[in-house]
Design a protein around this ligand. Structure first.
Ligand SMILES: Cc1cc2nc3c(=O)[nH]c(=O)nc-3n(C[C@H](O)[C@H](O)[C@H](O)COP(=O)(O)O)c2cc1C
Length: 363
């Protein structure tokens, strides 16, 4: 059986993020903003697959952030999105992003096993333990105020999934959050499990991630901090006998000249920012989640307008490649990429930046 594309080899992993959501990662009003139609996702997935990109990661979102564009108001559901893309590609890994509170573990265990068969062992699961209060309210759910409860729930949710994937017998489950009688999970994923992503920022969430995930996602705002953070996370996992790799997310504007790249950044994220959506996005992130360092708010607000807080890779192919090499040097194992228009802009990145990364020996 071939290795899973996310678990074999030591190249610096590259993926895309949020192509299933309207406007991708950029809350902007420009007409070039991402149209997240299925057809565009399919076209992009096949282009990424052919170019050797490692993975696609979607965002699970139930209501948008408002503003003139209702940023992320239009969203393709991630399990069905992943199923379709896995059927239409050959090598790329495709993740589903699942909110523990909105999806019953017995159902998710089977859905993951199913899409993993569709992709011949290329599926992955991004677990979201919950943070976005208005979304919980939209689903008639209550977001627990404390992180202990959110992650205790997520742990039991995932323990039940793992048991469904490994138990050969029917079993009963009598937990704090879930009860199940005479349950069995058949089939299991192709390799028995799938790569797990988690993007926790809080201490409780990081315990969960180092206990369960293969990849922890964290923002790259200040690379000196990232270096220390990555070393700490890897040590925390190692103490538990686990190996966790740390990934981040980046926003790309790559153009033949630096002036053109900067002008496009200004056009999308300053002149035409959907400022109400940016404000809502930042307000919600800071109200309920611990992902972003709270002392860097001003800098972070601009980064949210540009690419949802992603690491900016803005400039010529040399400059963009240099930025990626810096992420690699900081200890990240990979990054997602976003573009204002993924289908329109990826080919230039593919043709100019990928060869530079290969020459530098990280791909
Ligand atoms: C790469 C990445 C992917 C994420 N995907 C989602 C998502 O799809 N849906 C969602 O509601 N939140 C998503 N989040 C938000 C995180 O789940 C949230 O910031 C995290 O729960 C905060 O950490 P904490 O729970 O420890 O406070 C993502 C965050 C990152 C960095």
């Amino acid at each position: 059986m071939p290795h899973h594309p996310m678990l074999s080899g030591d190249r610096f992993r590259l993926g895309t993020f949020s192509t299933n959501c309207s406007s991708g990662m950029t809350p902007t009003k420009v007409p070039e903003r991402w149209n997240n139609s299925w057809d565009n996702n399919l076209k992009l997935a096949q282009m990424l697959d052919e170019a050797g990109i490692d993975f696609m990661l979607p965002i699970a979102r139930w209501i948008g952030y408002g503003g003139e564009t209702d940023f992320h108001g239009g969203v393709l559901e991630t399990m069905t999105w992943a199923a379709g893309l896995l059927a239409a590609t050959k090598n790329i890994a495709v993740f589903a992003t699942i909110h523990t509170a909105a999806n019953h573990p017995v159902v998710v265990a089977k859905q993951m096993a199913t899409i993993d068969q569709i992709g011949h062992g290329r599926a992955g699961l991004n677990i979201v333990a919950g943070w976005n209060k208005p979304e919980y309210e939209a689903l008639g759910l209550t977001l627990p105020d404390d992180h202990e409860t959110r992650y205790a729930y997520a742990q039991e949710w995932f323990d039940l999934i793992r048991k469904l994937w490994t138990s050969k017998e029917h079993f009963d489950w009598d937990g704090k959050y879930f009860k199940a009688t005479n349950v069995k999970g058949d089939p299991a994923p192709v390799r028995g499990s799938v790569p797990i992503i988690n993007a926790a920022g809080s201490p409780q969430g990081r315990e969960f991630a180092t206990d369960n995930a293969n990849f922890l996602f964290t923002p790259a705002i200040d690379l000196d901090r990232s270096k220390a953070e990555i070393a700490e996370l890897k040590a925390q996992a190692k103490a538990k006998g686990r190996d966790v790799n740390v990934l981040t997310f980046s926003h790309v504007i790559c153009r033949p000249t630096e002036a053109e790249a900067k002008a496009f950044a200004d056009y999308t994220a300053v002149q035409n920012a959907d400022t109400d959506a940016v404000d809502n996005l930042v307000r919600l992130q800071f109200a309920h989640a611990h992902s972003f360092p709270h002392d860097l708010l001003a800098q972070i607000k601009h980064l949210f307008a540009l690419g949802h807080g992603g690491f900016p890779l803005i400039g010529t192919p040399d400059q963009v490649a240099e930025g990626i090499l810096k992420l690699h040097a900081a200890g990240f194992a990979g990054t997602t990429l976003s573009f204002v228009d993924y289908v329109g802009e990826f080919p230039y990145f593919r043709d100019t930046v990928l060869p530079r990364l290969e020459a530098a020996g990280i791909r």
